[in-house]
Design a protein around this ligand. Structure first.
Ligand code: IVH
Length: 682
């Protein structure tokens, strides 16, 4: 580190501490990190360096001395005014620490040299993936889950037991025998990429701001005020550290094997290394192979395996001396920002999307990146023509993390976030809670109307055989304005569409006819009521049974329904207060759509798949949606990706090779469509 005067160091230290506390708050409490982990770690290293250089400037409250807290307290105001801070805080029996980390293999060797110097017995390492999720601490007493705490500030955490019990991988009761009467086991709750993308698509559809990455999504899920929602999210859990009094194990790996025999989810990717060279080989292997994992990893953790040596090595203020993390550098590309598009979604939300000079990054060519919202643009202070850093960290959708100011042209124009809707010209309104801008002209804005049609015909809604291009044509020709118009289209109108022949008309008609059998919960989803997506529609349809009963429900009655909060209730009330919607519903009913649950819709066929987690892959003789309903009707749970807690991989024709490999590796039962039918009929 370059030489620096004490007074300059002091000034810099104060600034760094303030910044790091703010970033910690944005990361752990708001689940909205403002900078990448890499940038954060660089600032932390700088602060550590300065504190080392001037030890008398070191203070106990420096962020180098404590872990970032997920407890909802704003560092700037010192008040607990952050969202969703309604959990009881419980003291950790053993402090919950963080890990030292480095981006350098050389420093990994230095770590090993420190260990070798401090101990006088042979040792080996447990090498593990560093899961990029949210830390969780589970306590089991007499084989039963007693509670689940977040890391909190390391000394006390939020009690999130009521949410965690809805994560299928976490057993409420242990199996097997020989478990200590009380122990803690710590690990990570994470969201696989596939479930993360699905969740964001669903959020986008109902007008909720998407999560920036799977970690934020997992963390947001853990603090949900409506625990039942957790089940739908597809969260996974992996446990990697057991603590307790007088545990009968000699090594960490032995302890985890025992945990696995009690039904606890442990990682299948861990390996032991006899020395640091083997550990570095593990790191090099995963630096490449991690790109094929179905979940996010941000590094490798190596731990001295012998528990007596762990005890001997002990802890620093913040982390164990017997373990450290090697973190993968995010792959970053630098490329010019050509322009920004402002896209209008079906709910009217306006999303800025950056058009970039195409640039290769982690195996794909990136041309576009989301800028999320106006706040994000302001934070980056982005200008058109700027060279921007693009990252694909844990997330699939690339994001712009910073601007290269040294390359900024003096005349680079600042983009103007539109004041009016780019599609229909209506003045935009800002939704403070979601930090998003909306076009309020929901019934006159062409993009929103077309978006609503696209949602209506989508597979999870009415499943009508048509695509965006057909909707565009029908709308542009003036044939459809409101949803029921779809059912009034004449053959003549359809034949006038470009490239449409008798056959396409007949197929389209057939799918319109079929849509009249679609159950009411999907019809309700199809209507596109803001904040009412697939899951909420199911809940509402199950509770009220018909559109008439839902339409006449009071706000209080809506709030009585499990999972329905203020936002959804208000949105439903507003929807039915609009006479145009009532007219649409009347016409859709007259066209023959299901406006109430039929007995067969809600009937549970059997409990044969009760508690079973099933992943489906490939094509079946019925549609995937029907297959999912069938699984649910027999009490099973359809999940997105294969994990240790999957019971069956149901493989149709041409199943995904990645899923098949994973299932084979984990020893998951792979069953064919026929075998599945036998299973549910047994
Ligand atoms: S061991 C006392 N093992 O990374 C240290 N941590 O940045 C116990 N993490 O706080 C942690 N994967 O939340 C350990 N295989 C793994 C991990 C892991 C992810 C998380 C954990 C920790 C953080 C440090």
């Amino acid at each position: 580190m370059a030489k620096i005067s004490k007074s300059a160091a002091k000034e810099r230290i104060v600034l760094l501490r303030k910044e790091l506390e703010r970033y910690n708050y944005q990361y752990y409490v708001l689940n909205a990190p403002a900078i990448s982990d890499f940038e954060f770690d660089l600032l932390m290293q700088e602060l550590q360096g300065l504190e080392k250089m001037f030890p008398d400037l070191q203070t106990a409250d420096s962020p180098t001395q404590h872990v970032g807290s997920d407890i909802a307290e704003n560092p700037e105001t010192g008040t607990g005014s952050a969202p969703e801070g309604k959990f009881v805080q419980v003291a950790h029996r053993y402090p919950m620490m963080s890990l030292g980390n480095t981006y350098s293999l050389e420093e990994m060797r230095e770590f090993d040299a420190r260990i070798a110097k401090a101990v006088d017995k042979p040792y080996n390492y447990s090498c593990e993936l560093k899961f990029d999720g949210v830390a969780i601490c589970l306590t089991y007493r007499n084989g039963k889950l007693l509670h689940a705490l977040t890391r909190g500030d390391g000394a006390k955490g939020d009690d999130v037991t009521r949410n965690v019990v809805n994560i299928p991988a976490i057993p409420h009761e242990l199996k097997g025998e020989g478990f200590p009467s009380e122990f803690e086991i710590r690990g990570e709750i994470y969201l696989p990429f596939e479930d993360f993308e699905r969740l964001n698509r669903e959020r986008d559809e109902v007008g909720d701001a998407p999560f920036a990455n799977p970690r934020n999504a997992a963390s947001g899920s853990l603090k949900l005020q409506r625990p039942e929602e957790m089940r739908e999210r597809g969260l996974g859990c992996v446990l990697y550290h057991i603590l307790g009094e007088n545990l009968p194990f000699k090594t960490h790996t032995e302890a985890l094997q025992a945990a696995a025999s009690w039904g606890l989810p442990i990682s299948h990717y861990s390996e032991t290394a006899g020395n640091i060279d083997e550990a570095l080989a593990y790191i090099n292997r995963w630096d490449e192979a991690r790109h094929n994992l179905p979940f996010a990893t941000d590094g490798i953790v190596i731990k001295v395996n012998q528990l007596d040596l762990q005890r001997q090595l002990g802890f620093t203020a913040k982390s164990p001396r017997w373990a450290t993390a090697y973190k993968f550098k995010p792959e970053v590309a630098l490329t010019p920002l050509l322009s920004i598009d402002y896209q209008v979604g079906r709910t009217g939300a306006v999303t800025p999307v950056a058009n970039l000079e195409p640039v290769p990054l982690s195996g794909t060519v990136v041309k576009r990146a989301s800028l999320h919202n106006k706040d994000q643009m302001d934070l980056l202070d982005i200008r058109i023509g700027d060279w921007v850093y693009v990252e694909k960290g844990g997330e699939i959708i690339p994001k712009i993390t910073a601007v290269e100011l040294a390359k900024r042209a003096t005349d680079a124009p600042k983009p103007d976030f539109p004041k009016v809707c780019p599609d229909c010209g209506t003045p935009l309104v800002r939704d403070e809670e979601q930090a998003r801008h909306y076009c309020p002209n929901s019934d006159g804005c062409p993009e929103q109307i077309k978006g609503r049609f696209n949602h209506f015909i989508s597979r999870k809604a009415m499943d009508i055989l048509a695509g965006d291009a057909t909707v565009d044509m029908l709308y542009d020709m003036g044939y459809i304005k409101t949803l029921p118009d779809l059912y009034d289209l004449t053959d003549e109108q359809l034949m006038s569409l470009k490239n449409w022949k008798e056959r396409s008309v007949a197929n389209f008609r057939k799918s319109l006819e079929r849509s009249k059998e679609v159950p009411f919960n999907r019809v309700l989803n199809a209507l596109g009521i803001r904040h009412v997506g697939e899951t909420t529609a199911k809940t509402l349809a199950g509770h009220f049974g018909s559109i008439d009963r839902l339409a006449s429900a009071s706000r209080d009655e809506l709030l009585q329904v499990p999972d329905i909060g203020d936002t959804v209730a208000d949105s439903i009330i507003a929807y039915f207060a609009d006479g145009r919607h009532i007219e649409d519903i009347a016409r859709l009913r007259a066209a023959g759509l299901q406006m109430e649950m039929r007995q067969s819709d809600s009937k549970r066929l059997s409990d044969r798949l009760e508690g079973k987690s099933i992943v489906i892959s490939g094509n079946f003789s019925i549609s995937r949606e029907e297959m999912k309903s069938l699984i649910a009707a027999h009490g099973g749970r359809n999940t997105g990706s294969v994990s240790g807690s999957t019971d069956y991989l149901l493989a149709g024709e041409k199943p995904g090779p990645e899923k098949m490999r994973k299932a084979e590796k984990l020893g998951i039962n792979v069953i064919s469509e026929e075998e599945f039918y036998t299973l549910i009929q047994e």
